[in-house]
Write a protein that binds this ligand. Structure first.
Ligand code: FAD
Ligand code: NAI
Length: 465
């Protein structure tokens, strides 16, 4: 028996950030993780490996298509094993980094699968089947999520893959069909298209990226189509048959009509993710979940005293930074402090080219809520830095309250917007008016000037042509 102030089940961004914060606050803390490596989905099979391949494949495509336009003549060829190895090396280094931080902050990593086993108790089953009981004043569930299945489309990680399989394909597919025009489909579809695959995205709805500001989604779809990605919208997949050298996919229009068989070398299923709560003992512990399996929480507290939940396994966007913020706030509450997450300021990024970065309300949401708002918009074609870099696509759009001028939402599509959205997150966290951004000096020539120009546009005094 070991006694802890806090035991966290899961070592992903929710779990490991929570454990480190607990260590910093002087709490005696253990993190139970059943995988061989810390870091969860994000570090091992999510954010990090996907961004590694997105970066590498973007460099490859630039070398193939764009270098000549800058006067650089090269004949690039792809070494896929090396590209995959540099990805795995980065992942390995980052997961080791968390082990180091655990030691530094006196976090015990208990290797094994955790399960609630009565008031303040967690039973851990190791890889060898040995069981240990640990006791804690507070238990935090951070068990994350997994890919949602689709009836009739069985993922074999060979020809029909989910995101994990799509990060490890042994070859560049001649053709790839992606089911689902969401974040994973567009990011990983972009990776393989850039490396040479013919990519078709089949989407149930009549638009891509549901939830994203409509105008931004349209510009993204146009850009991806220009790059060679095909879209089959308003279509549903009714079944898939994997062969040794490819997949046959049965597809029907959602509105009814003739079914069609599509063929491809590989199929990527990416229709969303669902909370992962297998073998956690939630039922016997009496922890309430909703109809879709998410653990129900109120300020991270479940209905069972002493049991908390954070990250993908609870409601809200399934994002690493949301899990991280919840982890810190949850631990601070457990430590008797005032932990808080501002759900109005959680940015969302799609790492395609152009990138998409948004925070706050969309125009559709503001209209539905009857909010009177003003719009300032600035295109990257008029930004000098984007122009000299040959990367003109996209815009920055700022939505501000018509009366108070408070920034309510920002939607950007363009180069490096993932790195720039943080400026508006800070502004919104401080309840800034668009004029605050408009009157803040920005360095010239940078793409960040487009952020300022869009804010100036709210009052109609945009200056750069
Ligand atoms: P997870 O990271 O899923 O971690 C949960 C951990 O709990 C896992 O390690 C699991 O093994 C462990 N576990 C589960 N049950 C038990 C148990 N009973 N006992 C012990 N351990 C257990 N988000 C972003 O913000 N930016 C991105 O760019 C991004 N890219 C992504 C790309 C892909 C391909 C995918 C799939 C996801 C991406 N995400 C991204 C989402 C991000 O990975 C998740 O939101 C984030 O990992 C959630 O963190 P978490 O701690 O809640 O859960
Ligand atoms: P998603 O929810 O982003 O997109 C799923 C898409 O599949 C939607 O467009 C949906 O309409 C469509 N769909 C659903 N059922 C379908 C069906 N039967 N046939 C065809 N289309 C169907 O989910 P995705 O892309 O799987 O990503 C899961 C989560 O992972 C995201 O919600 C996000 O939170 C996280 N993620 C975040 C990233 C980032 O921050 N850059 C990158 C990758 C993942």
């Amino acid at each position: 028996m070991a006694d802890y102030d806090v035991v966290i089940i899961g070592g992903g961004p929710g779990g490991y950030n929570g454990a480190i914060r607990a260590g910093q606050l002087g709490l005696k803390v253990a993190c139970v993780e059943k995988s061989e490596r810390l870091g969860g989905t994000c570090l091992n099979v999510g954010c990090i490996p996907s961004k590694s391949l997105l970066h590498a494949s973007e460099l490859f495509e630039m070398a193939v298509k764009d270098f000549a336009g800058f006067g650089i003549e090269v004949t690039p060829s792809l070494n896929l094993p090396t590209m995959m190895k540099q990805k795995s090396d980065s992942v390995g280094q980052l997961t080791k980094g968390i082990e180091f931080l655990f030691k530094k902050n006196k976090v015990d990593w208990i290797k094994g699968a955790g399960r609630l086993a009565g008031q303040g108790r967690v039973e851990v089953t190791g890889a060898d089947g040995a069981k240990t009981m640990i006791e804690a004043r507070a238990v935090v569930i951070a068990s994350g999520s997994r890919s949602a299945p689709l009836t009739g489309v069985e993922v074999d990680q060979r020809r029909i893959v989910d995101s994990t399989g799509a990060l490890e394909l042994p070859e560049v597919p001649g053709s790839l069909i992606v089911i689902g025009a969401g974040v994973i489909g567009l990011e990983l579809g972009s990776v393989w298209r850039r490396l040479g695959a013919k990519v078709t995205v089949v989407e149930f709805l009549d638009r891509i990226t549901p939830g994203l500001d409509q105008e931004t989604a349209k510009v993204l779809q146009r850009a991806l189509t220009r790059q060679g990605m095909s879209f089959k919208l308003a279509s549903k997949v009714t079944g898939a048959t994997a062969r040794s050298d490819g997949v046959d996919l049965a597809v029907e229009p959602v509105a009814g009509g003739a079914a069609q068989t599509l063929n491809a070398d590989y199929v990527l299923l990416a229709i969303g993710r669902q909370p992962y709560t297998d073998d956690l003992g939630l039922e016997s512990a009496g922890v309430a979940t909703d109809a879709r399996g998410y653990i129900q929480t109120d300020h991270f507290r479940t209905n069972v005293p002493g049991v908390y939940a954070i990250g993908d396994v609870t409601h809200g966007p399934m994002l690493a930074h949301k899990a991280e913020d919840e982890a810190v706030a949850c631990i601070e509450i457990i430590a008797g402090r005032a932990g808080h997450v501002n759900y109005d300021v959680i940015p969302n990024v799609i790492y395609t080219f152009p990138e998409v970065a948004t925070v706050g309300k969309t125009e559709e949401e503001l209209k539905a809520a009857g909010v009177d708002y003003k719009v300032g918009k600035f295109p990257f074609t008029a930004n000098s830095r984007a122009k000299v870099n040959h990367e003109g696509d996209g815009f920055v759009k700022v939505l501000a309250d018509a009366k108070t001028d408070q920034v309510l939402g920002v939607h950007m599509i363009g180069p490096a917007v993932s790195e720039m959205i943080g400026e508006y997150c800070v502004a919104m966290e401080f309840s800034a008016a668009s004029e605050d951004v408009a009157r803040t000096c920005h360095p010239h020539p940078t793409r960040s000037e487009a952020l300022r120009q869009a804010a100036m546009g709210v009052e109609g005094w945009t200056m750069q042509a």
